[in-house]
Design a protein around this ligand. Structure first.
Ligand SMILES: Nc1ncnc2c1ncn2[C@@H]1O[C@H](COP(=O)(O)OP(=O)(O)OP(=O)(O)O)[C@@H](O)[C@H]1O
Length: 272
């Protein structure tokens, strides 16, 4: 993928597997968002292929890809500010495949947005609630593949924990998730496979327990422009206390099952 003469992605190859959480980490400017744009269809790579379930979807528009089951959230919240929470989620459902009238209620419930907040306009809602609205809008489209660009940005520890639980449940239910995230605590506890990107290339891939201890990871840390608390997530075991416990070993593959998909545990602060 090039922007003019600048090569933003070079020889990137990865597979996003159903029932698994894949993560992409790397320093600012590594090309993570550009990769998302290529997968979602908002930019067209100069060369290469994006395929979904074996079908080449490279020529398809972003809208066509959404209908085929690819949904995404954005780094900067992209909800419609004047629409209510429920209306925002309805927009997502209408873009999905195929239109399911129950999807709105189901998704509002899943994300803990089925209380009075559903009738409030999105504008002015706290960041944590907006993030849930955005996730609900993506999920209402009943995606097979969910691309999440920094889903934990602006969330507090309790909200990150609740988010991690729901993302794991979605994967256990058979969805393919790809997460770009700077919070390496979250990545370590959530991802089945981590890809480390630097300067437009994937330089390491593997389970978090191995990849997040490589020299590339240290390099990613050194180049991250992270607040100190988040950069602390990269300290080796035995370092100062973390915000929440980190998983250091690869997890076994989880059995899929819809019973794992329980509604969002709303942190007290987010129950508005
Ligand atoms: N529209 C654009 N035109 C020109 N260059 C761009 C454009 N978008 C991104 N770039 C450049 O492409 C490179 C990759 O950017 P990208 O936003 O994909 O990185 P990133 O890994 O997502 O960074 P961040 O973590 O800061 O979001 C950067 O050098 C960036 O300056």
């Amino acid at each position: 993928m090039r922007y003019g003469g600048f090569v933003a992605l070079d020889g990137v190859e990865l597979e996003v597997v159903a029932g698994r959480v894949s993560a992409v980490v790397g320093p600012n400017g590594a090309g993570k968002s550009t990769l998302f744009h290529c997968l979602a269809g908002t930019v067209r790579p100069a060369r290469g292929t994006v395929s979904l379930g074996g079908r080449d979807i490279t020529p398809l528009s972003a809208q066509a890809r959404t209908r085929l089951g690819i949904a995404r959230t954005f780094q900067q919240s992209a909800v419609f500010p004047t629409l209510t929470v429920a209306e925002n989620v309805r927009v997502g459902a209408e873009q999905g495949r195929p239109w399911d009238p129950r999807a709105v209620e189901r998704t509002l419930r899943l994300l803990g947005l089925d209380g009075p907040v559903r009738a409030r306009p999105a504008t002015g809602l706290p960041t944590g609630t907006l993030r849930r609205v955005e996730l609900a809008r993506a999920l209402a489209a009943a995606p097979r593949v969910l691309l999440l660009d920094e889903p934990a940005a602006g969330l507090d520890t309790a909200e990150v924990t609740a988010l991690a639980r729901i993302l794991k449940a979605l994967a256990a239910d058979g969805m393919a998730l790809l997460v770009v995230e700077h919070d390496l605590d979250l990545v370590a506890g959530l991802a089945d496979i981590v890809h480390v990107m630097t300067a437009g290339r994937i330089v390491a891939s593997g389970p978090p327990g191995s990849v997040l201890h490589t020299p590339e990871r240290r390099s990613a840390r050194d180049h991250h422009h992270l607040p100190a608390a988040r950069a602390g997530a990269l300290r080796p075991p035995g370092g100062p206390a973390r915000r929440h416990p980190r998983r250091t070993r690869p997890r076994p593959h989880r059995a899929a099952g819809p019973q794992r998909l329980r509604p969002y545990d709303r942190p007290a602060r987010a129950r508005r």
